[in-house]
Design a protein around this ligand. Sequence first.
Ligand SMILES: *Cc1c(COP(=O)(O)O)cnc(C)c1O
Length: 445
Amino acid sequence: MTSSESLFARAKQLIPGGVNSPVRAFRSVGGSPFFVRRAEGAHLITAEGRTLIDFVCTWGPAIHGHNHPRIRAAIAAALDNGTSFGTPNPYEVEMAELIVRFVPSIQKVRMCNSGTEATMSAIRLARGFTGRDKIIKFAGCYHGHSDSLLIKAGSGALTHGHPDSAGIPASFARETIVLPYNDCLALDAAFAANPGQIAGVIVEPYCGNVGFIMPEAGYLAHLRTVTAQHGALLIFDEVMTGFRLHKAGVQGLLADEAAAAALEPSTTGLQPSHSVVPDLTCLGKIIGGGLPVGAFGGRADVMDLLAPLGPVYQAGTLSGNPLAMAAGIAALRLLEEQNPYQRLDALGRQLREAVLSAATAKGLPVQVPQRGSMFSIFFTETPVRDYTSALTGDAALFRRFFHTCLEQGVYLAPSAYEAGFLSTAHAGADLDRACEVMAGAIKAL
Ligand SMILES: *Cc1c(COP(=O)(O)O)cnc(C)c1O
């Protein structure tokens, strides 16, 4: 059998860096990447035949674990009819109906092929709708690799130490205003300084691309209030969080929290919760069931500006592809049947507790933000609330932690600045084992 080492040597001859997406190259943690020949449940099986417990979950999509029989069967059934038609097909309609049913703020939706296409198109639509050019994004939020959005973008770009890519014209970058996340005053100041010029604000409502960072109470509601006051659109990039934290994404979580707070108004002593309804939402990852899919949707009056109804052009040869739609429909139906979010949160807490108690025993400062099936491990004593505080995480310690875990069969994202993911397939012995390994790795630091 061909080893990872020889595959990587061949790949490097022909593929830049040997990979088709930079973070896979392990540059941030050192060493060379393993190749995977099969994935099943919570496991990756490498070219060498090693079995790893996988906390990357193909960077988010695999919420049901890898190679789920229902998703595989749905793809196989669709395959019988052919791979692509270039015409409308029934799967697209079913997918649109599912998304609109799951996510109340989405009245109309357009399918595309990746998260990058979804955010790029949502930005164009916001500009077309408002007739304005500038957009606001937040440092550390990654919205794919289109020119307007690849600025202070976290994820692979951050990992590789050049947060801005070469090849982006300065004139494009000038239309993107980058602000710190979780900072209401910075937002107010940016709107005051650019009156009538800001088309929209795009945000990962829970950040997952500079590690995992949660919004402070009232922050997302503030984004909603200020964008509405200034006639700018609020775009939630839920490519990662959509269907992962709640079947309606972070906006669904907020709506549930607001409803719970309304039932018990004064007893909690917590800040009041507000539901936040974005104008547009970007989706990807989970809605493809492991195949390449993206989508964006929202207010019907905005979406109806898209061609062929309106002047904002957007298109795709393979958009709404029947195999991808079938896989995504199966993934969403499974979520609807199983409603696994409480179970996933229990798994996430178990992992968080294991890491925290090992770190406490060792006297090692660590931050483990976690919600549901998303988590991060930052080796820092600074609470992580934005890009700057995320960078206080000790990358050298993370590197050692990562490699010790990998040697013991636990695969975490190969960067200190990526979120970890759990799937329903992690429950039981695999998670127990992984917690043991992570605790041991912390002890050995
Ligand atoms: C992954 C991701 C994207 C980009 O999606 P691709 O399918 O990789 O193009 C955009 N936004 C967020 C929040 C993401 O996590």
